[in-house]
Design a protein around this ligand. Structure first.
Ligand SMILES: [Fe+2]
Ligand SMILES: [Fe+2]
Length: 148
């Protein structure tokens, strides 16, 4: 006889809260980068405009992926973004974006560590994949910032 007993893995409220903070951050940057894509100005801006859009879409996919995992772990995904900072010039956009990616990298390393500690290897694995994307974004924005 089978019963529905919830997820195979039981995690702490703390880890669920960390996942929700990650979702808030992903929603934040997906809007932040998309609005930068729209508000970009100048020749240099136009050259990199597509990168903002592309990255914004990746961030929304991250939000979905994390929300799916949190839902499985019996948490309710937040709908509220972390504070969005678009900026006023291309240089400012990129400075804000580098900052956001550094925050993500630190946050996701902590989540991987916590998930491993709680035996939730799947969450750890999901965040390792996302972390790889964030490191790429950090590299992209840092490189773009050098050219501005
Ligand atoms: Fe992301
Ligand atoms: Fe990112």
């Amino acid at each position: 006889m089978t019963h529905h007993l919830g997820p195979v893995v039981k995690v702490s409220d703390k880890l669920r809260e960390m996942l929700n903070n990650a979702i808030a951050r992903e929603i934040q940057v997906s809007i932040q980068y998309m609005w930068q894509h729209i508000q970009v100005v100048g020749v240099k801006g136009v050259a990199v405009q597509g990168k903002f859009k592309e990255t914004a879409i990746t961030e929304m996919k991250h939000a979905e992926k994390i929300a799916e995992r949190l839902w499985y772990l019996e948490g309710t995904p937040t709908t509220k973004p972390a504070p969005i900072e678009v900026g006023k010039s291309l240089k400012e956009f990129l400075e804000l974006d580098v900052k956001a990616e550094v925050e993500a990298i630190e946050m996701y390393r902590a989540i991987i560590e916590m998930a491993n500690k709680e035996g939730d290897v799947t969450t750890a694995f999901i965040f390792k994949e996302i972390l790889e994307d964030e490191e790429e974004h950090h590299d992209l924005f840092t490189t773009m910032l050098e050219e501005v």
